[in-house]
Design a protein around this ligand. Structure first.
Ligand code: MG
Length: 323
């Protein structure tokens, strides 16, 4: 069996579950977390939640369900390469969007407005509420009773006011601490997954085009490589060859740069990771800059595209009226 790094989450040293339970017989604690998430109702409901493209636009686009699976794939690959806890990473990745409204940011903003008098709406907080309270699956407790480490990862952001009401998982926002490495990794895997699949979906929808993407080094470099290697290649095959290379390029950079940071910081365990002033799971500065450029491109060319904006306005109305 693969040895976990000392700074990984070790399930025999977990801070435990809110309602104590006997350890699983044939699984680890974090495998149990992951399995509970996969069997939850909220997980199945991710299939009708979308980010940029709404469901009726076709079954070729990502939904939050397929997005979460892509995030988990990236997270697991990196976790294994860095000797971090693969099952915990997978669990956090699969659960990271459970509390989202439908229709991405438009839905979130609309619901936040509707909820103003009641303290607003934060999707990260809602994800935690889903796994802590809303799921009704067990006779003895509400929610999924996940481990502290998984809940810590699910609560990615949180306002200080809300943090004060959350007990153990809220503490780090008050103390300005970091979560464990698996949680940090899930966060990066999310970012890598959506930037890359939004390029793919955006091209598929015809809202962005290859020629304008060519000017971005992170994309253009791979485009040139693929065209050189396979002269005459075009269409979906070309896009897929470029996007998979782009993901690989970023993931390899993330592994190598994180590995170097871990070597320098040499945290002795997960608690040492939590009190460090900065996150350790990071791309190199050069790659981060390129990735940011891609993100800005998507913001300007895709998310602000009139067809996307038109849908966003409809989404807002749907959420407000339902509320
Ligand atoms: Mg996400």
């Amino acid at each position: 069996m693969r040895m976990l790094a000392p700074y990984a989450a070790h399930d025999d040293r977990s801070r435990g579950r809110r309602h104590p339970e006997a350890p699983p017989r044939y699984r680890t604690e974090y495998q149990r977390d992951r399995d509970r998430i996969v069997h939850s109702s909220a997980f199945r409901r991710l299939v009708y939640k979308t980010q940029v493209f709404v469901n009726h636009e076709g079954d070729m686009y990502r939904t939050r369900l397929t997005h979460s699976m892509e995030v988990a794939q990236i997270g697991r690959s990196v976790a294994v390469a860095l000797n971090l806890n693969e099952s915990l990473t997978e669990a956090i990745c699969l659960a990271h969007d459970l509390g989202h409204t439908p229709f991405g940011h438009a839905g979130q903003e609309a619901l936040n407005e509707c909820m103003r008098e009641y303290g607003g709406f934060e999707h990260n907080l809602q994800s935690l509420r889903v796994v802590d309270e809303l799921e009704e699956r067990y006779a003895e407790f509400s929610g999924l009773n996940l481990t502290f480490e998984c809940r810590e990862g699910i609560l990615k952001h949180c306002s200080l006011n809300n943090a004060r009401t959350l007990g153990d998982v809220g503490q780090r926002f008050i103390l300005r601490q970091r979560p464990g490495l698996e949680a940090q990794l899930a966060n990066l895997a999310d970012e890598i997954a959506y930037n890359n699949h939004d390029v793919d979906d955006g091209l598929r929808a015809g809202l962005i085009d290859l020629e304008s993407l060519r000017d971005l080094p992170i994309f253009g470099r791979q485009l040139t490589n693929v065209e050189k290697r396979y002269p005459g290649i075009s269409g979906r095959r070309l896009v897929n060859e470029v996007v998979r290379r782009m993901i690989n390029d970023i993931v390899v950079d993330l592994i190598e740069s994180t590995s170097a940071r871990l070597k320098d910081a040499a945290p002795r365990d997960i608690d040492a990771v939590r009190v460090l002033g900065e996150g350790l799971v990071e791309m190199s500065e050069a790659k981060r800059a390129e990735h940011l450029q891609l993100k800005q491109f998507l913001r300007d060319q895709l998310y602000r595209h009139f067809r996307v904006q038109r849908m966003t306005r409809k989404a807002r109305t749907v959420v407000q009226q339902m509320f």
